[in-house]
Design a protein around this ligand. Structure first.
Ligand code: SAM
Length: 288
């Protein structure tokens, strides 16, 4: 081929071939992760997965995705690194403060009379959302009867969540969020510090239960009055979102509440799953 004559076409063809080959390799990698370790990323949004896989490949100075698969299958430590790349753990305390303000003013009054309140944080990452909720329920005088179940597929994130230790330098931002979310105390009442971290755990140990749970491959494990699954399904394709919506809906008690992330919608909720738009602006819905 004369590259000087048709440079664009040549480059396009090569790119298309590389992309096709990489797609095949990504499929094999995802299949390997699933069959060997039970982690199922096959229904995750492809563009974002692809970017992360390629980044890991480059960071490890590997020539191909197949070489990455080889490492993941045969060398210790690679799986964990890749899992960390594939699960995006960005979170913060009282993320979207108006969500927590609406939860406090509108949802909490409807939970008050329950003998026990069970809350599930599905995809809790490193736990910032979980401690935010525990503090809120404590301030509403409901701590004693509230049980908070916090799950994530990422074991490393869960270990961090259990510790409840968050960087001290973030506390200024988190205090602002807490106040915007309707916080009633001095936020510093809730944690102790050393030179690096703020520690939230001791106060809430009795209410919190952490466990590894994969929304794609694991089933329902209790009936909840509240489920927060925020900023998790944005990484799932339409079909997988539908599947996980079934799991969430079937894990909610009648009249229970579900909260999604600010950029998420009910677009892919199957029609058979009925929700009332309780506070659509804050992405809070109620099972009918
Ligand atoms: C961006 S964080 C959201 C954390 C928190 N819910 C929030 O909104 O701040 C997404 C979390 O979902 C978890 N996740 C992704 N896929 C999952 C799955 N299939 N099952 C359980 N957790 C999953 C990731 O490990 C990550 O910790």
């Amino acid at each position: 081929m004369n590259h000087n004559k048709m440079p664009d076409l040549w480059i396009d063809t090569e790119d298309t071939e590389t992309n096709e080959l990489q797609e095949v390799e990504i499929n094999l990698l995802l299949e390997g992760l699933y069959q060997m370790f039970g982690y199922d990323f096959r229904g995750y949004v492809r563009a974002s997965l692809r970017r992360r896989i390629l980044n890991r490949m480059k960071a490890e100075r590997l020539p191909t995705i197949t070489a990455l698969l080889e490492k993941v299958l045969h060398e210790k430590g690679y799986l964990e690194r890749l899992l960390n790349d594939l699960s995006i753990r960005m979170t913060e305390m009282y993320r979207d403060p108006s969500f927590f303000a609406a939860f406090r003013s509108r949802v909490v009054p409807l939970l008050r009379d329950l003998p026990e309140i069970r809350i599930w944080h599905a995809g809790c990452a490193t736990g910032e959302e979980v401690y935010s909720m525990a503090i809120l329920m404590m301030e509403e005088g409901l701590a004693k009867k509230t049980k908070i179940y916090a799950t994530d597929m990422n074991e490393k994130a869960l270990i961090a969540a259990q510790k409840g230790a968050f960087p001290l330098k973030k506390m200024q931002q988190y205090t602002k969020n807490y106040l915007k979310a309707g916080g009633k105390m001095a936020f510093s009442e809730y944690y102790t510090t050393d030179h690096q971290f703020a520690y939230f755990n001791p106060m809430f140990e009795e209410n919190l239960f952490f466990a590894q749970h994969n929304l794609v491959t694991d089933g329902s494990f209790n009936e909840f009055h509240v489920i927060l699954c925020r900023n998790v399904m944005i990484y799932f394709d339409n079909e997988l979102q539908q599947q996980v919506h079934h799991l969430i809906h079937s894990s909610l008690a009648d009249g229970g509440f579900v909260g999604f992330g600010s950029k998420e919608s009910l677009l892919f909720v199957p029609k058979s799953l009925k929700y009332e738009e309780f506070s659509p602006q804050e992405k809070i819905y109620r099972k009918i």
